[in-house]
Design a protein around this ligand. Structure first.
Ligand code: HEM
Length: 404
């Protein structure tokens, strides 16, 4: 049994029982961060902050939202938007955050890919990151169902239809997911439960795992340099801060993070007050109507690239291509066979792979929004084939890569 001395203060009393000093040392004061990283390494903290913003704004919306097919639309578009004081503000904050968070997720993912931050013992960071991507996607989709507008209803219809698995025609599975033949009251309630309870809990657990997975390998740096963290930390603690290659997370690195978070918040609130419309589809301001299919059904911008991989092919092949796209990203640490964890600019063919992949995903996203006709269809098909080809080529080109 530990020796509990008379505590000098409340903090001391807590510390004796919870070991807060040790927690702070391991997770903050002696959590060493390389000096040579840039603002792109603040994206992770911006994501954590945005999750907090969505949680708080979501709780306020929850106070007036009604998860009922007959009442949901009005509770959002009438009660929250016009009757509740500042209800419009919480809705705009929540809606804009849901959209912008995906922009930051994509920047964060592509930073990881560019700098090879999924290699050399960092595979679990990547895998937990991808799990976060999938749960965030499910969270966004389930949230999109809740205002019960035309796009909520029809996107819900299209996406749940995917679970019939094409020619397998597993319609029983689709009905089981919907709780009915078509999206209705049971559907809205279960997506409500997923959105406000199960998925946020899963996201919180996954963020914990993602942070935990970072602690041992430490974050990467922009030169892919192998840092001896013990040696660098020793120099720092001896006061040789200039010679040391690291800084402590708290307070030094965190202050830089907070600066980037501040700049981001200016951009975020600019969107909330002046351009909130981009995050709210006009079609979704019409109440859900199961008898009136919108002329053109498309998902939110952040799902467009994967939607466009599904769309140009026949039903079954489209589904396989869609599944392939999701799995490929998960397997990135194992498909990249090169031992080099350095920036893509120093990796020859991989550099070309990276930029073609980035441009291809942007083209896929643009095509996903356009109606599937004429030239758009051909460009969509070619970009989907390029996407699949790039993933097949990855193990081959990285195997050929020389050690740098
Ligand atoms: C959505 C919630 C997420 C949160 C809150 C989050 C948070 C963080 C934080 C705080 C860091 C350390 C600082 C930084 O590099 O930014 C980090 C690193 C990392 N994250 Fe995430 N992340 C999320 C999603 C993702 C996703 C979707 C991926 C990709 C699949 C990912 C992959 C990585 C990688 C590879 C690193 C290591 C970077 C390095 O070592 O330099 N994360 N994350």
């Amino acid at each position: 049994m530990a020796n509990f001395e008379k505590a000098k203060s409340l903090g001391d009393w807590m510390n004796q029982r919870l070991g807060l000093d040790t927690v702070m040392r391991v997770m903050a004061y002696e959590y060493w961060i390389p000096k040579n990283i840039n603002f792109l390494w603040a994206m992770g903290m911006i994501l954590a902050m945005m999750f907090g913003v969505m949680l708080v704004s979501g709780i306020f919306l929850l106070m007036y939202y009604k998860p009922d097919a007959a009442l949901a639309f009005d509770s959002v578009n009438y009660t929250i938007m016009t009757e509740v004081g500042y209800g419009w503000l919480w809705r705009h904050v929540h809606g804009v955050a849901a959209s912008v968070v995906f922009l930051v997720i994509y920047i964060h993912m592509f930073t990881g890919i560019y700098y090879g931050s999924y290699k050399k013992g960092r595979e679990m960071i990547w895998i937990t990151g991808m799990l976060l991507f999938v749960t965030f996607s499910a969270e966004a989709f389930s949230g999109y169902m809740l205002p019960w507008g035309q796009m909520s209803y029809w996107a819900g219809m299209v996406i749940t239809n995917l679970f019939s698995f094409g020619s397998l025609e597993l319609n029983g599975v689709v009905e089981w997911i919907r709780g009915d033949y078509v999206p209705g009251d049971a559907f809205i309630l279960r997506f409500f439960m997923l959105h406000v309870l199960l998925l946020p809990l899963a996201i919180m657990a996954l963020i914990g795992l993602h942070f935990g997975a970072l602690r041992i390998p430490h974050v990467n740096n922009q030169d892919g340099e192998e840092i001896d963290f013990d040696e660098a930390a020793k120099l720092y603690k001896e006061g040789k801060k200039k010679e040391s290659k690291v800084i402590p997370f708290h307070p030094v690195f965190l202050s830089k993070d907070v600066f980037v978070m501040g700049v981001f918040l200016i951009f975020f609130f600019y969107l909330v007050f002046y351009h909130y419309g981009f995050a709210l589809d006009p079609v979704n301001f019409d109440p859900a109507d199961g008898l009136k299919t919108p002329a053109h059904i498309y998902p939110e911008w952040y799902f467009l690239w994967s939607y466009e991989i599904l769309r140009p092919f026949s039903k079954d092949i489209g589904l396989i291509a869609f599944g392939f796209a999701q799995v490929a990203f998960f397997l990135l640490p194992f498909l990249d066979k090169s031992p080099n964890a350095v920036p893509a600019s120093r990796r020859g063919l991989f550099n070309i792979w990276f930029w073609v992949m980035l441009v291809d995903m942007i083209v896929l996203s643009v095509m996903g929004k356009l109606p599937p006709e004429g030239a758009w269809n051909v460009i969509g098909l070619l970009s989907a084939l390029t996407f699949i080809g790039l993933w097949i080529a990855l193990p081959i080109i990285t195997k050929l890569e020389k050690k740098v």
